[in-house]
Design a protein around this ligand. Sequence first.
Ligand code: PMP
Length: 434
Amino acid sequence: MTNPIDLQFDRDHLWHPYTSTTAPLPCYPVVSAEGVYLQLEDGRCLIDGMSSWWSTIHGYQHPALSAAAKAQIDRMSHVMFGGITHQPAVELGKRLLAMTAEPLNKLFLADSGSVAVEVALKMALQYQQGIGAAQRTEIMTIRGGYHGDTFAAMSVCDPVNGMHSLFQAVLPKAHFLPRPTTGLHQPLSQQDAMALEQGFNQYGGQLAAVIVEPMVQGAGGMRFYGAAYLQKLRQLCDKHQVVLIFDEIATGFGRTGKLFAYQHAEVVPDILCLGKALTGGTMTLAATLATDAIAAGVCNSAAGVFMHGPTFMANPLACAVASASLDLINQGQWQQQVAAIEEQLQAELAPCRTLDTVADVRVFGAIGVVETKRAVDVATIQQFFVERGVWIRPFGKLLYIMPPYIVSSAELRQLTNALYDALNNERCFTISDH
Ligand code: PMP
């Protein structure tokens, strides 16, 4: 019998994500997790509709991932990557390069998604220096994005719902195109075509890179947009010699119904960021992939090397688990699983459209989103969900379900039913907009 979790200590001393330490919202103590279930300290089990922030695609305690972790920890859990290499990094590298687009041929293994984005932006800047275009120092992106919480990453998050107002004085300035209006499976909208042309005409000569989340804008608003936008973006980046970075930290490894979201558009970026589901959600690891041309430019810059090297770069434990996760992906079941989840989310979230509280319902791959008209009351709705045996964590006016791919249809129904019932319950909403 382990000691009870000291919730008072947690409340008094531990910061949680985007949370006040002086007036924290309640936290639910989890003692273990298996399959799609989180087990609370009081014995209740919750179906995880979040995949622990979109990472636990195979479910918790998958035997293959646990076995890989245990085998690796008995050999070596960590060793520096400067001047040393190891089998877990090489094996992971081989798998990642084999499953991504052919031109992506160089791999940087970082320790979190935000760092992978920093690495991508630094690579683009050093590349431009290396090819004699040192004047290209600026970054362009689109509104509604989210790329992480470190400074360069924050600078390309949505300027309104991101953290720009708080850190304006120190954030690097990025250029923002309007949020794409081209819908999924739609031709490029006139508006988007004009905005893209205008952006490149105005800033094309100063830009080092453009960074976007392809097809799905995640934490910046859970919005989907069409492949045609990415095709136009690729053309313009080529025309203006701008590096194209795709942040697939949220969308990579099957979540949208393709292994990578860029495959919907058949467009290959110059730099690709991966993270979250890379280790099947077991531990933190991220990857930044680049083409040979990018790598050559970087290494031709004044430094002659790429100037980044985290302590836990290519952590062997994380790499070993990531390879085991990619082996599961390569078995291919995710395709049927994600297609089935998509179909069920479409059918079971559709009734939410009839509710007065709901502004929009959208589904793409294994992502189901309900946008409400008013912000929900997080503490109340969280309690409501826990009482219903599910774990769904809303933000602002967004409630979404992104379950592990192994979720059964009965478990998914429990999630969608709970969501519908919460949206139909006035108690779950705050009195006024904010
Ligand atoms: N990019 C995207 C698209 C993300 O969704 C996230 C995380 N939500 C990040 C970057 C940052 O990743 P991390 O939280 O691992 O730093």
